[in-house]
Design a protein around this ligand. Structure first.
Ligand code: SF4
Length: 404
């Protein structure tokens, strides 16, 4: 068996994990141009493997048997305006659920990909963090998300121009596979480095590794708090890589890459939306000016859970405060919230169990909830996650909902 070496560990190699050489091994005995035909079919035409018509049916069969695809489509949901598509997949080797989001704009499309099945970072506001970690994704499992989304976009005659590594999981906790995917997306699909963005909660060694990689990709940091005591609570990895170390790594990244860094700030009412928070954040970004940008994420209040998003007026006030303090800050448009998948306080994540059940039918919460429901119903949660008050409460809510 050919095995995938990066990310996913010792598992069967999937189609989009395979290098040209490995495809050559599968097509042994065929003329070498068959490899190029396969490669073009996969990465230029985004063809379904069984539809690469430059190959004979027998060769397509041989390819499909040796190199299966990695993602099993489970659900696809489209926003009311049709501009956002969420895909829920199961990984072929174990039904771990992951998500991909495709966003259509006037002239291009953006794809948000997952990099891990689950996440070990345990951010307090995030459903994925509460549900725990399953496993790393391989290069092919990340790339296949983009290829499938690009295939979908192609039907609307749109080209995927931007990729954001902001879906389920912490990309820099799976940096080798993320980097392998970046190289494939850049070299073979033709997406430029300036249109590839890696978002992290602040894995300092990962930021330093990224700084030394050969392509200047964009860096985004999920900041959410600018003082250690609060950030320790919201983003527990902060205890290991406190704010000073994180900012120093960001500063070094900027020196090497000469790019702008984005800070994501999800506003939680009464938690991180005060004048003090704005002042603290401004102080941090000032250290990085002119190359730091703050992306303020407005969140809808979700009934039934004590942690609520800041209201629209509060969001505007916070952004204005930052701007008055000289910070390059913008408020992201509502649908950008979806791109964070399970990572933000948006959707049901901030709503916890109560909010989740109330959002069962909504476009906003449905996909995220479905992922967690899958984990719950398949009993795939680790022991730590099962102890989480949010998960325990949700389990009870789901049981009650089913009993009705
Ligand atoms: S916010 Fe991101 S890093 Fe934190 S637990 Fe959720 S998926 Fe992981």
């Amino acid at each position: 068996m050919i095995t995938a070496l990066s990310g996913g560990g010792e598992k069967g190699l999937t189609l989009y994990d395979a290098t040209r050489e490995q495809i050559g091994e599968v097509l042994a005995g065929e003329p070498s141009y068959r490899i190029e035909q396969t490669w073009k079919g996969l990465y230029e035409s985004f063809a379904e493997p069984e539809n690469i018509t430059t190959l004979s049916a027998a060769l397509r069969k041989r390819l499909g048997e040796a190199l299966p695809t990695a993602l099993i489509p489970v659900r696809e949901s489209v926003s009311d305006k049709g501009d956002t598509v969420k895909f829920l997949w199961h990984l072929a080797d174990g039904n771990h659920p992951i998500e991909t989001v495709l966003m259509h704009y006037a002239d291009r499309a953006t794809v948000c990909v997952s990099t891990q099945a689950g996440c070990a970072m345990a951010c307090g506001f995030c459903a994925t963090g509460q549900a725990g970690f399953n496993r790393q994704l391989s290069v092919g499992e990340i790339v296949e998300q983009v290829v499938r989304a690009a295939r979908h976009a192609k039907k609307r005659k749109q080209r995927v121009a931007n990729i954001v590594f902001m879906g389920m999981g912490e990309p820099l906790a799976n940096e080798p596979a993320v980097w392998g995917a970046i190289e494939r997306l850049h070299h073979d699909i033709g997406i430029s480095a300036r249109h590839l963005t890696v978002s992290t909660v602040g894995i300092v060694p990962g930021i330093r590794t990224l700084a030394n990689r050969p392509l200047p990709v964009n860096l985004a940091v999920s900041m959410h708090a600018a003082r250690n005591d609060l950030r320790d609570e919201l983003v527990p990895i902060n205890k290991r890589y406190p704010i000073d170390d994180l900012i120093e790594a960001c500063r070094d990244y900027l020196k090497v890459r000469n790019r702008r860094i984005s800070f994501e700030w999800a506003l939680i009412a009464g938690v991180n939306d005060t004048a003090r928070d704005a002042t603290e954040l401004a102080k941090l970004t000032t250290k990085l000016r002119p190359s730091a940008h703050v992306n303020v994420i407005p969140l809808n209040p979700t009934p039934g859970f004590p942690t609520r998003g800041t209201d629209a007026q509060g969001v505007r006030r916070f952004a204005k405060r930052l701007q008055d303090l000289g910070v390059n800050a913008t408020v992201s448009q509502p649908r950008h919230r979806h791109r964070r998948g399970l990572r933000t306080v948006g959707g049901w994540s901030a709503g916890g169990a109560d909010g989740a059940t109330q959002h069962l039918g909504s476009e906003q919460g449905g996909q995220a909830l479905a992922t967690l429901v899958d984990l719950l119903t398949q009993d795939r949660l680790d022991d730590r996650s099962k102890q989480s008050p949010v998960i325990r409460k949700m389990h009870g809510e789901l049981g009650a909902a089913r009993a009705q």
